[in-house]
Design a binder for this molecule. Structure first.
Ligand SMILES: Nc1ncnc2c1ncn2[C@@H]1O[C@H](COP(=O)(O)OP(=O)(O)OP(=O)(O)O)[C@@H](O)[C@H]1O
Ligand SMILES: [Mg+2]
Length: 249
């Protein structure tokens, strides 16, 4: 059954700078179903981050509405876990405390959350890092902690803004595979911003191709490649070529 998770209706967003007004997004419409893995792909400045921040409730649109489970989004919520390109951990807290930040601090709820935190940390290979501080972790480890934090918070939706772009290719591929594993188990809805075609083709069910000046949706590409996806396969390369062709149009 199709259940709408996020409904984006006729969104416009502009920013005023000291000397002019920039229209970042124009006439954006998008329906996202529960459990969908969406990648937003497009050139620098086409409004990917702005779109994600609007869904996150960190910005408000000039025009149009964004609905979550049928209600208009008016601000941030624990339902939507935001994972930024720059690492967003608290430097003064260790891994476990970062993951637990903002959760119940006493009683059986705390016990349960610690158990959940430890289970998720183990699932992403971080079981030995609980007592480490962010500066003692690699970039990939930090992003794993940020993902675990969203999962422990029971966010139904993950909003990810180029979360792996600062990570070397080998580890990036590993993180992508882990994210797919987590997503399949959790049935989370994921909105993942990237400017990497390969990453979008590997991850997404639907790829939102954007153009710019002002930012708009060029095409929504349904990616039906079977999972697990093989980067070397002919089909994979064909989809990649198709996407590049549309972006270049
Ligand atoms: N707070 C702001 N104030 C003024 N202009 C802004 C602001 N945020 C975004 N913009 C402008 O809106 C447009 C879209 O920016 P946005 O950051 O959403 O693009 P992007 O697709 O995420 O780019 P990148 O791939 O480089 O991250 C750009 O022209 C940018 O300069
Ligand atoms: Mg951006």
């Amino acid at each position: 059954m199709r259940v709408l998770s996020i409904e984006i209706k006729n969104i416009y967003k502009s920013f005023k700078t000291h000397d002019k007004e920039i229209t970042a997004l124009s006439n954006i419409n998008l329906n996202i179903e529960t459990g969908d893995f969406i990648c937003i792909l497009g050139p620098s400045g086409c409004g990917k981050t702005t779109l994600l921040r609007l869904v996150g409730g960190l910005e408000i649109p000039d025009k149009g509405e964004i609905y979550e489970d049928g209600s208009i989004i008016t601000g941030p919520s624990r339902e939507r876990g935001f994972i930024f390109q720059q690492y967003s951990l608290f430097p003064w807290l260790n891994v476990l405390d970062n993951v637990m930040f903002g959760l119940e601090i006493g009683g059986s709820a705390k016990e349960k959350n610690i158990y959940r935190a430890k289970t998720y940390l183990k699932a992403v290979g971080l079981e030995d890092t609980e007592n480490l501080y962010p500066h003692e972790l690699s970039g990939g480890m930090k992003q794993r902690v940020a993902i675990v934090r969203s999962l422990v918070n029971k966010s139904k939706r993950l909003l990810m803004d180029e979360p792996f772009s600062a990570i070397d290719m080998q580890n990036r591929h590993k993180l992508q595979e882990e994210l797919i594993r987590i997503w399949k188990k959790s049935n989370n809805t994921i909105l993942f911003v990237t400017h990497d075609v390969d990453e979008a083709v590997f991850l997404a069910d639907h790829i939102i191709l954007m153009g710019k000046n002002p930012g708009y949706i060029k095409k929504i590409y349904k990616n039906t490649l079977e999972r697990p996806r093989k980067r070397e396969s002919e089909e994979f390369l064909k989809v990649q070529e198709k996407i590049i062709e549309i972006l270049d149009e």
